[in-house]
Design a protein around this ligand. Structure first.
Ligand code: UT7
Length: 318
């Protein structure tokens, strides 16, 4: 048997994002559930989020973000031979969303699949893309993180409806001689599956917010350190840190634990809420647009969430 080999490394060639039109403020939510702008800002850090509406299905948002990522990369639909759709909020599981997104984008029959690692999904997918390129299974991969979480969240549950939101981010990953996506550090703890769960098709998301908060603020800093070690860099080398946008207090706690005060920090949760697998590409795209991050910056990304799952890696900004 022969095996294929691919490029020595992989890099992100272009990023794209999509935020739904409807902006929902904390005051608007406070008209529906017993909460307040002050409580949400101080406990979660969110000022506003985007809720998807008509013409903004999961597929629509993924297609829009992907179109921008393709344009940014300078590649066309004909160049992509693998699409990985990270999502945990697909409206149905049969068929997967990936092939439909590929078809809508006019890709020429690429490998296409859905990947559900919840809020860690984008980092899992980035690793799968990088590995596929390095082994020669694919040459150019479209990685998408997209969620329509409002389909799965009870608008009357103040423990979740104030946090979760909708959106999509995408990255085009290509081969390169100089590796620009580092080794992944990933893991899971299925014994904590009840922490964030949708039990069946008739019910909505339930979350043990405090339990997840404790886990994220105590268990994930060592994972971030290991990402740097495996990539052969130190925390002091990190220019940009984009953890999953779960809660601003979790972001700030990680920044303190890692001593990353001098890096640019992704804090898109303030404007976009918690968009699960979309949150990291959404945050990074915005930081690049605003000049808070720049091409070539050494960036640490770290996703974590339901499962429980986590994954992180060091990469260079496109
Ligand atoms: O992305 C997936 C991973 N998910 C996460 O990372 C979520 C992590 N967890 C969190 O972000 C936080 O735990 C929450 C934002 C969900 C909750 O914040 P908290 O500071 O942990 O609040 P708590 O659950 O400890 O509740 C404190 C109080 C309670 O009232 P009593 O019992 O002290 O009277 C809650 O009933 O705040 C109350 N409360 C609220 N009050 C106003 C809970 N939710 C709300 C709300 N508005 N929306």
């Amino acid at each position: 048997m022969k095996l294929t080999t691919g490029a020595p490394g992989a890099r992100i060639a272009g990023l794209g994002d999509y935020r739904p039109h409807r902006v929902v403020t904390n005051d608007e939510l406070a008209q529906v559930v017993d909460t307040s702008d002050e409580w949400i800002r101080s406990r979660v850090g969110i000022r506003q989020r985007h809720f998807a509406g008509e013409g903004e299905s999961l597929v629509d948002m993924a297609v829009a973000a992907s179109g921008k990522a393709l344009a940014a990369s300078g590649l066309g639909p004909e160049d992509i031979d693998l699409l990985i759709m990270a999502t945990c909020s697909a409206p149905t599981s049969i068929p997967g969303v990936g092939p439909t997104v590929a078809d809508r984008l006019g890709l020429r029959g690429p490998g296409a699949y859905d990947l559900n690692a919840a809020c860690a999904g984008f980092c899992y997918a980035l690793s799968a893309a990088s590995d596929a390129i390095r082994t020669g299974s694919a040459r150019r991969v479209l990685v998408i993180g997209a969620e329509r979480l409002t389909d799965w969240v009870d608008p009357l549950d103040r423990g979740t409806c104030i946090i979760f939101a909708d959106g999509a981010g995408a990255a085009v990953v290509v081969g390169t001689d100089e590796p620009a996506i580092g080794p992944v550090v990933w893991g899971s703890d299925g014994s904590k599956r009840e922490a964030i769960i949708v039990r069946d098709r008739a019910t909505m998301m339930e979350m043990d917010g405090q339990g997840v908060f404790r886990w994220a603020t105590t268990r994930l800093a060592p994972v971030a350190r290991e990402c740097c070690e495996r990539a052969g860099v130190t925390l002091a080398d990190i220019d940009v840190f984009v953890p999953h946008q779960a809660n601003l207090r979790i972001v700030d706690s990680m920044v303190r634990a890692l001593g990353l005060q001098h890096a640019a920090i992704g804090r898109d949760i303030v404007e976009s809420g918690n968009t699960s697998s979309a949150s990291i590409p959404l945050a990074l795209t915005r930081m690049l647009e605003r000049g808070e991050a720049k091409s070539g910056d050494l960036t640490l990304v770290l996703g974590f969430g339901a499962g429980l799952t986590y994954a992180g890696q060091v990469l260079r900004c496109p």
